[in-house]
Design a protein around this ligand. Structure first.
Ligand code: MG
Ligand code: MG
Length: 272
């Protein structure tokens, strides 16, 4: 059952989403060769708690940390550890926060120093596919329209769209209805309704879409060990249109990136 939110609840959700956005912005400052994912996890936990929120993943389904840290061929759900990142790595960071009873949940794949052009393209296309999907999250469309658009865009580049892991409704629970696959068929699935909030999150592999689960019970990697990228936004359906609750602006601010990619999904200008 889809749980529709009031305007007031959506504003609270925006607050939770922005704490995650700012946390990712803080992490962007610290990501460089030599830093460990455990150090980054500590930075995130402190930042979230200092801003009156609770890490959203810590303890959720017994996950042991604040961040899911998935380098290179890891798709999602990697566990932070003491191994330093090295130049040329990519690191997918998924972060959640709980405040005022609502969750924020979003993710970004960062390059560590200089990365090779092929991997750079995977990151670029995966991020573009996120906005291609968000554009379809509108009145009278259905779940399949978002998945179809993302799948078509990524497969046109020869990439694999992960099947087993999907986006989801978001609210007072981290995972609500509906499931939001990154693949699908036009006009199929649940119809979008005003006031719903979803996390749209393409998980895209450079090679095969197939994945494998590690013995730790969490870490998911690509079956062919090629890289995988993951970008996620929280989006509300307001006035029949997608409205971004999260933003990559804090990351871009840190990294000195100019971008207007989010502008069309915002009714009011974002004040940093
Ligand atoms: Mg997430
Ligand atoms: Mg999510």
């Amino acid at each position: 059952m889809i749980i529709v939110k009031t305007r007031e609840e959506i504003e609270l959700m925006r607050e939770s989403a922005l704490i995650v956005s700012k946390t990712l912005g803080e992490l962007a400052k610290a990501i460089k060769p030599g830093v460990t994912t455990l150090q980054l996890d500590k930075i995130a936990e402190e930042y979230i708690r200092d801003h009156g929120a609770i890490p959203g993943f810590l303890g959720l389904y017994d996950f042991p940390n604040t961040l899911c840290m998935s380098p290179n061929s890891q798709v999602v759900h990697g566990i932070p550890n003491g191994e330093p990142l090295v130049e040329g790595d990519i690191i997918s960071i998924d972060c959640g926060a709980l405040k005022n009873g609502f969750y924020g949940d979003h993710a970004y794949t960062f390059p560590v120093g200089e990365i090779d052009p092929e991997t750079e393209k995977l990151l670029q296309v995966t991020k573009e596919s996120l906005y291609v999907g968000i554009r379809e999250f509108k009145a009278n469309n259905r779940v399949g329209d978002v998945g179809y658009a993302i799948q078509k865009y990524c497969e046109a580049h020869g990439y694999g769209v992960v099947r087993e892991l999907v986006g989801h409704g978001l609210g007072s629970k981290m995972h609500e209805d509906p499931e939001m696959p990154n693949y699908g068929r036009r006009g199929k699935g649940k119809k979008f309704v005003e006031g719903m909030v979803v996390a749209i999150e393409p998980m895209i592999n450079m090679g095969t879409h197939r994945i494998k689960q590690h013995r730790d019970g969490w870490t998911i990697t690509t079956q062919d060990n090629k890289p995988s990228a993951h970008f996620e936004h929280d989006v509300a359906l307001l006035d029949g249109k997608p409205e971004l609750l999260s933003t990559f602006a804090y990351i871009y601010d840190t990294l000195g990136i100019e971008s207007d990619e989010e502008d069309e999904f915002r009714q009011e200008a974002l004040v940093l």
